[in-house]
Design a protein around this ligand. Structure first.
Ligand code: GDP
Length: 296
């Protein structure tokens, strides 16, 4: 992940560090190279531009240019700007409410939504000792409900029994009722996905949200789709009250453009990264660690 960005930035900074004094022109030229490196990593153009403008403004300050280690200071400025772009702090899941806390999972078909639902359920069960119930509201895809049940058995997490013919809002209500009666702490609702963002999908999501009052509405997007992932997120954020994003397939994403632009473009934090097919392959997204990895 981020390998080529990391290499490119490493080269830019090596050049800076190799020099004693830096002129304003040196800094500006280095920042132009940073911008190219970000664009090659598929960072959205306005985000890259804003990043470089802000970082340049700080880096051409007299304090930096007069310091004994100006190169070091420029690296620090870029590091801080990266952390800011990625969202500053790790965004926690909000499940500390009167139970059951409802987490609604939304996203396009094939994004990894159902797998991510099971991964989060397993994590909440094992790491936070929560009693978790999962329910699939995907009545459009024939095997979807069964797929979640299979994952539930693998993850040792209960799934709501399937009632054939029941509609999404009613399934959500039944899930909440079961959770209240049986003392579940968290209910994860895996909503239906479609191939495109469309009115039917959004309408169904809003109806489910109105019926279940989720504390978290997490959008699952495939990081491999780069800027498309960011655009999908923008589309969803305009329709529902997203609380965060889960980026899947980060294990195969060499460039990292979606991860780098998501927060700046959508205003929504990346809460988790999917890093493999297994049910344990999910990690909280730590902006500082990611920035550290990029800058080596
Ligand atoms: P859905 O249609 O959005 O519910 O997608 P699924 O959960 O069925 O996932 C589609 C495929 O992507 C499955 O083969 C998953 O194992 C795979 N997948 C999901 N998340 C990840 C991930 O983080 N990394 C990798 N490598 N594969 C993933």
């Amino acid at each position: 992940m981020f390998d080529s960005l990391s290499d490119r930035l490493g080269n830019v900074f090596d050049k800076l560090r190799g020099r004693g004094a830096l002129s304003e022109a040196d800094v500006r030229s280095a920042m132009r190279e940073v911008r190219v490196a970000l664009l090659e990593a598929d960072v959205a153009l306005p985000v890259a531009r804003d990043f470089v403008d802000k970082a340049t403004e700080k880096a051409v300050g007299q304090e930096v240019l007069r310091s004994v280690t100006p190169g070091q200071m420029v690296v620090k400025i870029v590091n801080d700007a990266l952390i800011e772009m990625l969202g500053s702090d790790t965004a926690e899941l909000n499940v500390a409410v009167n139970p059951p806390a409802v987490i609604m999972m939304v996203g396009l078909q094939g994004s990894g939504k159902t797998t991510t639902t099971a991964k989060l359920a397993k994590r909440l069960t094992e790491k936070e000792r929560k009693k978790v119930l999962m329910a699939s509201l995907d009545v459009a895809r024939p095997a979807a409900q069964e797929q979640l049940a299979v994952l539930g058995r693998q993850a040792n997490v209960e799934t709501l029994p399937i009632v054939t013919g029941q509609q999404p809002v009613d399934i959500a209500k039944r899930a909440l009722q079961s959770a209240r009666l049986q003392g579940f702490d968290v209910v994860l609702l895996d909503t239906a996905g479609r191939l495109h963002v469309d009115d039917a999908l959004m309408g169904e999501m809003k109806a489910v949200a109105a019926a279940s009052s989720p504390t978290e509405t997490l959008l699952v997007v495939d990081s491999l789709t780069g800027q498309d992932a960011v655009n999908v997120a923008k589309g969803f954020a305009g329709e529902v009250d997203l609380t965060g994003v889960v980026l899947t397939r980060m294990d195969g994403d060499a460039r990292g453009g979606a991860a780098l632009s998501m927060r700046a473009v959508t205003g929504k934090p990346i809460k988790f990264a999917g890093v493999g097919e297994g049910l344990d392959a999910i990690e909280p997204f730590h902006p500082q660690r990611v920035a550290g990895r990029i800058l080596g």
